[in-house]
Design a protein around this ligand. Structure first.
Ligand SMILES: [Zn+2]
Ligand SMILES: [Zn+2]
Length: 351
């Protein structure tokens, strides 16, 4: 075991502050890395403040962070995939059972006993896992990914959660050339959705309540922007979409979007509104439409997504901050005041 620097929350109401945590020494299958960048995901804020106490009560101190990019500093003797000096990435999972049918198909996100990157029982230390708001981390090589060399490393960090969360459902439901795809909401997830849908060759339409986001959406790759509060604009697209990715976490009317799907179209939720959404059955019956959801992605698909990003030079649009500004960033996140992801520069933990 060794000591690492981290920014942690000591309780649901305390701001994040510099702390010392214990990490395991690398085992034969482990990769140890110096963390260079870590994205700030909205889940981090929920967990730091124990807002998911019903499902995943937070254990303190809590070190969030599951959008990690770092440089490999040591590897166990069973590691062939990485060598010292390589750039590697870690996302929302650091382990899974490895033997269930989901794990055998590299769909570890559906394993019944996964180990999440933070605030989850840690098999090695006996405590809980600590995330990427830290100067280093030790992770099993299976859950470490290669980062294409051409990518900006700060912009690559959010690919590990916001990226795979939007890429995976589009990949699964066959988004590509000849398909008309809608993205609902232009935030951390939505802006990645627009980039992926465009790069996959789909006709891409962004739905937003904010007319001020139009130019940015077009710049990010949308072919068209629809202001969802405008009923006439919405009506023009009735029955025309093959797939709609809904990245909104606030309460909203999904029936308005079900109406825009064509026969056998699919509306996939990747945002998680707090309260249940109302669904009109007739909106699904006519046209045999589907309502679905999708969480993160598995190990093989995460590497595929990173390789796809390398090929198309896709990264997140980020605002890089020092760790000392995490609390300020959380407040701005609550006001949707970020384009489109905060990323912590871990060099700020040095000295
Ligand atoms: Zn996340
Ligand atoms: Zn499993």
């Amino acid at each position: 075991m060794y000591n690492a620097k981290a920014f942690s929350a000591a309780s649901a109401s305390s701001p994040l502050a510099l702390d010392t945590i214990v990490r395991r020494d690398p085992t034969p299958n482990d990769v140890q890395m110096e963390i260079l960048f870590c994205g700030i995901c909205h889940s981090d804020l929920h967990q730091a403040r124990n807002e998911w106490s019903g499902v995943m009560p937070t254990v303190y101190p809590c070190v969030p962070g599951h959008e990690i990019v770092g440089r490999v500093t040591s590897v166990g003797n069973g590691v062939a995939k990485f060598k010292v000096g390589d750039i590697a990435a870690v996302g929302c999972l650091v382990d899974s059972c490895g033997v269930c049918s989901e794990c055998k198909q590299s769909l570890e996100q559906f394993c019944a006993t996964p180990t999440l990157t933070y605030n989850f029982p840690d098999k090695h230390t006996g405590g809980v896992t600590y995330g990427g708001y830290s100067d280093s981390v030790v992770v099993d090589q299976k859950f470490c990914f290669k980062v294409p060399e051409n990518l900006d490393l700060a912009g690559a960090a959010p690919l590990l959660c916001a990226g795979i969360t939007t890429y995976s459902p589009m990949h699964h439901w066959g988004v590509g050339k000849g398909k008309k795809v809608g993205i609902v909401g232009l935030g951390g997830l939505g802006h990645m959705g627009v980039k992926f849908a465009h790069a996959l060759g789909a006709e891409t339409v962004l739905f937003t309540t904010s007319p001020g986001k139009k130019d940015d959406a077009l710049r990010l790759g949308a072919d068209e922007v629809v202001i969802s509060k405008n009923a006439d604009e919405m009506a023009k697209h009735a029955g025309s979409f093959d797939f709609i990715l809904d990245a909104v976490s606030a309460d909203h009317d999904i029936n308005a979007y079900l109406n825009l799907l064509r026969r056998d179209g699919n509306l996939c939720l990747v945002g998680a509104p707090e309260k249940p959404l109302a669904v009109a059955a007739f909106g699904l019956l006519f046209g045999r439409k589907s309502l679905s959801g999708s969480p993160i992605g598995g190990t093989v698909e995460t590497q595929e997504m990173l390789d796809f990003c390398g090929k198309h030079n896709i990264t997140a649009d980020v605002e890089v901050i020092p760790a000392q500004k995490i609390n300020e960033a959380y407040e701005r996140l609550l006001n949707s005041d970020v384009k489109y992801r905060f990323v912590i520069d871990m060099a700020s933990l040095k000295g």
